[in-house]
Design a protein around this ligand. Structure first.
Ligand code: J7C
Length: 418
């Protein structure tokens, strides 16, 4: 049967230009530099294309390429923040229901406000990205701030205004609809509170909006909530996910379907798995905070590339399938002698809607107690699509056994999503 696909295969390769440097991982991926001209032979998936550079052929991440000068113009015209889609999704209830139903998240903010209520008295607060206004309402009900500016860019703001009124808080809480970057306020604020964290902490890059608002509207000596954040990593087993997506092809119904495993790897292990639930027992070592953000000193430019290093000591023999990541944010106390509060989204804390994020290796590796897994991680913001990033992991496993040659290394980049 003649299919459209076959027609497509007949078309000649198209020329694309690299928007940014890329270092391929493994022998299947192609490395290139900004400005390189690549010939794209096949658009194998939305994320990975099969391309050629100077006679060498391999997979390249589609998001790093654009057509030629003429089409580049088109891209720059398109919104790299994808705000229409982004704020559109926050204009409906689905995400707000998910966030509000997350008790661990919402209760942490409530507790922070409650335990700092005396210090919040007569203070001016900004709640950036207030959504349905829950944090602003907690402030107004549990403390006595002089003013709360509740800033929300999505159309939810119209309802938030009603909710503020419905709950008798309109004297204190003012809802301002718009992007925080374009905000005009009559005064500076004492406290900037926001729930800005995305998957792997940074995805969505709403943190940029928080930093811009901090520099413009937080008074000298003002307070940031969260005050700091940590990105945590652990090497782990993921036996059931591996079995479900990869080992499955070994003998379905007694047949050998292993030629499909190369596709399975591309399809299921190229991008990180969001909403993974890591069983504490699947951690192969103690977790390690690899990146720490100080919300007072962090700069927008720092977000382009965040690097971290790790050295894990394997505490139990098992199969190393990948790395799992999560984050924790801390809220400093304003009360004398008050304790720092935290929201920990890791496997040993109460579950949250972020769950954890799993980064699968291409091939599982057996490890033994006493082995060490060391390496680095880079979160690289997409140069074009500003809410996206690529996570690159580099690792070396050193075995504790006598055999000195027993040292394996690997490297893998995961687009999230572009
Ligand atoms: N200005 C105002 N509201 C924003 C901005 C911004 N720059 N960025 C995100 N929001 C809102 C968004 O509409 C949603 O209600 C909430 O903040 C996002 C929360 N997302 C998260 N990952 N915590």
């Amino acid at each position: 049967m003649q299919t459209e696909k076959e027609d497509e295969d007949d078309t000649s390769p198209e020329e694309y230009v690299a928007l940014s440097d890329f270092t391929g991982s493994g022998s299947e991926q192609l490395s290139f530099s900004t400005g390189d001209k690549l010939l794209v032979h096949a658009k194998s998936s939305a994320e990975w294309w099969w391309a050629e550079l100077e006679g060498v052929i391999g997979y390249v991440p589609a998001s790093y390429l654009c057509k030629d000068a003429a089409e580049e113009e088109d891209i720059s015209l398109e919104d790299p923040w994808q705000d229409e889609e982004y704020f559109g999704s926050y204009g409906t209830l689905r995400l707000h229901l998910e966030m509000l139903s997350d008790r661990s998240r919402t209760e942490t903010y409530r507790q922070v406000i409650l335990s700092n209520s005396s210090s919040l008295r007569n203070k001016v607060v900004m709640d950036l990205g207030c959504g349905t206004g829950i944090i602003s309402l907690f402030c107004a009900q549990l403390a006595q701030p002089s003013k709360v500016y509740a800033v929300e860019a999505s159309s939810m703001a119209e309802y938030t205004r009603q909710l503020v009124k419905q709950n008798g808080c309109e004297e204190v809480v003012t809802v301002l609809q718009g992007r925080a970057e374009e905000l005009e306020l009559p005064e500076q604020v004492d406290i900037l509170v926001s729930e800005w964290m995305g998957n792997c902490l940074l995805f969505e890059f709403m943190v940029e909006s928080v930093l811009v608002a901090r520099d413009r509207w937080l008074r000298n000596g003002g307070i940031m909530w969260p005050s700091s954040a940590a990105f945590t990593l652990v090497p782990c087993q993921a036996e059931s996910y591996y079995a479900e997506k990869m080992a499955f092809w070994e003998s379905p119904y007694g047949l050998d379907f292993t030629p499909l495993q190369i596709l399975a790897q591309q399809e299921f292990f190229t991008k990180p798995k969001f909403s993974h639930i890591l069983e504490p027992n699947d951690c192969l070592s103690a977790p390690c905070d690899v990146i720490c953000l100080d919300m007072y000193t962090l700069q927008v430019t720092d977000l382009e590339e965040m690097k971290g290093e790790f050295q894990f000591c394997v505490e139990r023999s098992g199969v190393f399938h990948g790395f799992t990541a999560w984050f924790t944010v801390h809220f400093e106390s304003l009360e004398a002698g008050g304790a720092t509060a935290e929201l920990n989204t890791g496997p040993s804390s109460e579950s949250t809607h972020w769950k954890q994020t799993l980064f699968m290796l291409d091939r599982p590796i057996s490890v033994c107690t006493g082995d060490s897994i060391s390496g680095s991680i880079v979160l690289r913001r997409n140069p074009v699509w500003r809410r996206h990033m690529t996570v690159t992991l580099l690792w070396t496993i050193s075995s504790c056994s006598e055999d000195t040659d027993n040292c394996q290394a690997g490297r893998k980049s995961f687009p999230m999503w572009r």
